[in-house]
Design a protein around this ligand. Structure first.
Ligand code: RFL
Ligand code: PHB
Length: 393
């Protein structure tokens, strides 16, 4: 029955948990990561694709920037498309900032490799993970691993275990409020073996619904379509997906190149924020504390900004100053609510809203007006640029 002692016990080996363990290790603070899935599963999960400039800077500062520099694609802006007309919004020209297209899967791959080389302790395939004594000065994590029952005693526990994890639900009901919002649409996403047909990401509002063209490399494209949340992927053979993308992304004189679809899935869209990210000796980071719909490309970036703030707080705690750590929850939530309103704005602006015909038609025309306003106003474009490339911590 192994018993271990560490400073920080981290639940979850997604980008948030792995990055926190790495940032702490860099500062000489030991931690143990406990993950319920296998390493292969964690490495194979396909999700986000866009890194804010600040996320790239954080990863680079922590020695994780080599492959981002060689394989990441720096993007100066995005295209906003409405009603068949495509406009470029050039963040670099507007505010001198960029984003980098680099898959979350690659960020995780870099982190797993770095931890492996450094000999970090990460328990994959842990069973029945639970957290205890959060109010005491030595909270514990228990789990099964390799047929044995393990206990880790730590100074702090960090919940980096995503939306469905065990940490947030371990905060007593009476001490936390959950704010959320579900959207009446979902994204059908594909990965395809075909060179991107665009130099920048395209976000398109079409009268049939949203579509977007993203990418993973010079030979792999990532595309999304708005579908009903109850839609069954079986109703979407590849030909139907391409046909719908061709319709929604079309602009005169431009060609969308098609290729072999290697992955497809449907993701519901949700906004969610917990009223607190700290509870005695437990801290929440990333999707464990908040979720955004993917339209603003903010989920992974918020996980990275939480981790940056919490790591700074823990490092100064061990240097004898508790100020930053005591402000972590409030500071991370203040930034998160700004990110939430941006993600909600992008989502509501770019998707077709179901509803009775009259309201729906009004909404659509109003959305076209919003996009027309943004693409015609330098002030509005600067605001979009500032939020898309990442607000300061
Ligand atoms: P994760 O990645 O969900 O990792 C949580 C980890 O915790 C493990 N776990 C547990 N471990 C132990 N015990 C338990 N009881 C556990 N329960 C869960 C899980 O197995 C997992 O390994 O959360 P984290 O680290 O906070 O990272 C958050 C990001 O993954 C997420 O916000 C982004 O992927 C969201 N997102 C995007 N974010 C962006 O910044 N830019 C984007 O372009 C972007 N696009 C997207 C997205 C998410 C998408 N999906 C599929 C939800 C596009 C999509 C389609
Ligand atoms: C992606 O490439 O997966 C991606 C890009 C931008 C988004 C969402 C997802 O807003």
């Amino acid at each position: 029955m192994p018993n271990e002692i560490t400073r920080i016990a981290i639940i979850g080996a997604g980008p948030a948990g792995l990055l926190l363990a790495w940032a702490l290790r860099d500062a000489g603070i030991d931690s143990i990561v406990v993950e319920n899935r296998s390493e292969d599963y964690v490495l194979a999960r396909i999700r986000a694709g866009v890194l804010e400039q600040g996320s790239v800077e954080t990863l680079t500062r922590l020695g994780l920037g080599d492959r981002i520099a060689s394989d990441g694609m720096v993007h100066n802006g995005i295209y906003l498309q409405a009603d068949g007309v495509r406009h470029n919004v050039n963040f670099n020209e507007l505010i001198g900032r960029t984003v980098t297209v680099y898959g979350q899967q690659e960020v995780v791959k870099d982190l797993v490799a770095a931890h492996r080389d450094a000999g970090s302790t990460i328990y994959y395939e842990a069973t029945d993970v639970s957290v205890h004594d959060l109010e005491s000065s030595d909270p514990r994590v228990t789990f099964g691993h390799g047929g044995e029952q393990h206990t880790i005693t730590a100074d702090f526990i960090v919940g980096a275990d995503g939306f469905h994890g065990v940490c947030r639900p371990s905060i007593p009901f009476s001490d936390i409020t959950l704010y959320d919002r579900n959207y009446p649409f979902a994204w059908l996403g594909i990965l395809a073996d075909v060179a991107p047909s665009t130099d920048e990401l395209i976000y398109a509002l079409h009268e049939d619904g949203f579509a977007m063209h993203s990418m993973r490399s010079h030979t792999v494209s990532r595309l999304y379509l708005q579908v009903d949340p109850t839609e069954d992927i079986a109703n979407w053979p590849d030909e139907r997906i391409w046909e719908t993308l061709q319709t929604r992304l079309a602009v005169p004189g431009w060609t969308l190149h098609e290729g072999t679809v290697t992955e497809k899935s449907i993701t519901p869209m949700r906004s969610f924020v917990a009223s607190r990210l700290d509870y005695h000796n437990l801290f929440l980071v990333g999707d464990a504390g908040h979720i955004v719909p993917p339209t603003g490309a903010k989920g992974l970036n918020s996980a990275i900004s939480d981790v940056t703030m919490l790591a700074a707080g823990l490092i100064s705690h061990y240097a004898g100053d508790d100020g930053l750590l005591s402000r972590y929850g409030a500071a991370a939530l203040a930034r998160q609510w700004k990110v939430q309103q941006f993600s909600q704005w992008m989502t509501e602006t770019l998707h077709r809203h179901p509803g009775d015909l009259q309201t729906n038609e009004f909404d659509y025309r109003s959305q076209l007006g919003r996009i027309d306003y943004v693409t015609g106003s330098l002030h509005a474009q600067r605001s979009l640029a500032e939020q898309y490339t990442g607000l300061p911590l």
